[in-house]
Design a protein around this ligand. Structure first.
Ligand code: FEO
Ligand code: CA
Ligand code: CA
Ligand code: CA
Length: 606
């Protein structure tokens, strides 16, 4: 039966064994080459990386930290030249700066202005030209004029859409409410059909600071207007994860109370025009956007799926007013004029997409929404009123063929037994699940669809876990905590995982899995790639010809407590759990993007 099932698998590769060690592993017959590491020079005038003497000035010309989303847009017809677009979600100061160690979050005593500025320069994104040589390997085109960094230290952005210029978007530094310096916590993202790069701003709340703290070091909002305090609470502002607010007024809400309203959006970058300012599109709502994967509806509209990655938060979808054409400038206006919907997953297997439009239903002045700008700035509060379904942390939402979408629900250990619903059926869910949506009439713009659970993650051999897999899934193939997803040129689904410190519950490193969605093998999973210890897997991104796969290994050497393999948590520079990918005693572990090809060429897993 196993041999027959293997023959029927839509993914032609032999899965690797699960495990966890200091390096990465990939299926036999494939090459995984390190393409870009934190600190690699990406412009012609960039200095070589000197980890002991890093500066913000150097970092602004070098590959950033904690690569997450990876996208690609080809520059020629055969796809051998193109622009790689990479998000740099966050920084781990304890692994970046020698001798610093982990910071006391309340004090950040070791975080000087210089180190903060390096962190800011290591956030954001990278656009870099890459080319495939005659031997099939990819390399960075170092002197390409397309190459650039996008950072919260130095990149000016324009605000557009319903909240542009609104009084709640105005600050002392930007009295017009039209211009923001940079973007942060860009987790997943998307490429539009016309080749622009979407960066999702996720945990922006963590960057905001207040000097007003109580005896426990928690923000003290005494004196703040009640409505404002309530809105900040709903978004977790100020999170005080970083020391930036000690040195930059805009991250300090005591000085700039409106600044948090300018973050939590989807940013569009035109990688083909290095002089073009990125745009924050407020029509797509403000929340902890995990990603922004795009597709086109039956009648040609742009559709973007985006989850709000927070326990008990919601799944969203945006549908443009106009249609996608060959006019690139006109296409970008599709992100300014459209409708944002939030999902209600009903017990009968129906998903209802409810519009977030000022004046409709409860979204009125009486309820605190004076205009569409308020609805977009306070998207979470508007969705609360509409009765959206609280989910188990919606991560990537990946549209697939035929009006399908796959929703990664990574985990939610806080869900109590009286809080379960059909779409989030497990209390204290440690391992997560994946929902498949089939939109009505196969149309991604539909306001209704059918949903079902594709898999419930975790170890199927442990009854208490309550996992649900196709029985053809081996001990190597099941996974936990789905985070990112991709659909390849053959229309097949791939899942990458982020267990965080939860990897100690499985003993497995994070990895890339091929997950069947059709036929008798629906719900069967196979392991293709796994990470070095303490790293999570981001990307993944397949080129249109199916021959190249980009993978991003984030924060190698850092995540997790003592696990089955015996690694201790120790993320200091001096004694990391791994020094992947350099294995140089003078170099800490470095987040890196890998490029995967089939040995000798050809389509992956075909
Ligand atoms: Fe940045 Fe939702 O993971
Ligand atoms: Ca993610
Ligand atoms: Ca994706
Ligand atoms: Ca993640």
């Amino acid at each position: 039966a196993a041999a027959a099932a293997h023959a029927a698998s839509r993914y032609k590769f032999d899965e690797i064994a699960w495990g966890n060690d200091t390096t990465h592993h990939i299926a036999e017959g494939y090459d995984a080459q390190v393409l870009l590491r934190w600190g690699d020079p990406i412009t012609a005038d960039a200095p070589e990386f000197d980890v002991m003497n890093q500066t913000a000035e150097a970092q602004l010309k070098q590959f950033g930290y904690n690569n997450d989303y990876v996208g690609f847009t080809a520059l020629n017809d055969d796809g051998t030249r193109g622009l790689l677009c990479v998000n740099h979600e966050y920084t781990n100061e304890e692994v970046m700066f020698p001798g610093l160690g982990r910071q006391d979050r309340a004090a950040f005593e070791g975080m000087t202005r210089d180190l903060v500025d390096i962190e800011m320069a290591a956030h954001g994104g990278t656009v870099v030209e890459i080319a495939r040589g005659d031997d099939g390997t990819w390399a960075v085109v170092r002197d390409s004029t397309y190459n650039r960094r996008i950072t919260p230290l130095a990149t000016e952005m324009t605000i557009d859409g319903p909240a542009a210029g609104h009084p709640r978007m105005q600050t002392n530094a930007d009295p017009e409410g039209m211009t923001v310096i940079g973007t942060v916590n860009n987790c997943a993202g998307g490429m539009t059909p016309w080749g622009t790069y979407l960066m999702a701003e996720e945990n922006f709340h963590g960057y905001f600071w207040t000097d007003k703290v109580d005896a426990e070091g928690k923000p003290d909002v005494t004196g703040m207007e009640e409505a404002e305090a309530r809105r900040n609470r709903r978004y977790g502002v100020p999170g005080m994860w970083y020391a930036w607010g000690k040195y930059h007024d805009r991250w300090n809400i005591d000085r700039e109370p409106n600044e948090p309203n300018r973050w939590g959006w989807i940013v569009e970058v035109d990688p083909r025009d290095p002089s073009a300012k990125p745009v924050k599109h407020t029509a797509l709502g403000r929340f902890r956007h995990e990603g922004a994967e795009t597709t086109i509806s039956t009648d040609g509209k742009l559709v973007i799926y985006s989850g709000d990655d927070n326990r008990f938060d919601y799944q969203y979808k945006y549908v443009s007013g106009g249609t996608v054409t060959d006019d690139r400038a006109a296409n970008s206006r599709l992100l300014s004029d459209g409708t944002l919907y939030v999902a209600r997953f009903d017990e009968d297997g129906t998903v209802e997409w409810m519009p977030l439009v000022h004046g409709q239903g409860p979204l009125t002045t009486d309820n605190g929404f004076n205009d569409q700008a308020d609805v977009m700035i306070d998207t979470r509060l508007a969705a609360d009123l509409l009765g959206a379904t609280p989910m188990d942390r919606p991560e990537d939402a990946q549209p697939g063929p035929g009006g399908t979408a796959y929703i990664m629900l990574t985990n939610n250990t806080k869900r109590q037994p009286d809080q379960v619903n059909a779409a989030n059926p497990r209390p204290e869910s440690a391992f997560g699940h994946i929902i498949e949506i089939r939109e009505d009439n196969g149309d991604h713009a539909a306001i209704r669809g059918a949903w079902s659970i594709l898999v419930k993650c975790g170890d199927p051999s442990v009854e208490d876990v309550g996992a649900q897999w196709n029985p053809e899934t081996s001990e190597h193939g099941w996974f936990s905590s789905p985070d990112n997803a991709a659909v390849d040129a053959e229309g097949r689904l791939w899942i990458s995982t982020d267990q965080g410190s939860g990897w100690s519950k499985t003993g497995k490193s994070d990895g890339l899995y091929a997950l069947e969605t059709e036929g008798d093998l629906r719900g069967a999973s196979k392991l293709f790639f796994r990470c070095p210890v303490g790293g999570e897997l981001c990307g993944p991104y397949f080129t249109d010809d199916g021959e190249t796969l980009f993978l991003a290994v984030q924060h190698p050497g850092t995540d997790g407590t003592k696990a089955l393999t015996g690694f201790e948590r120790d993320s200091t520079f001096e004694d990391p759990a791994t020094r992947w990918p350099d294995f140089d005693p003078a170099m800490p572990p470095r987040p890196s993007v890998l490029v995967v090809t089939k040995t000798g060429g050809g389509k992956i897993a075909v």
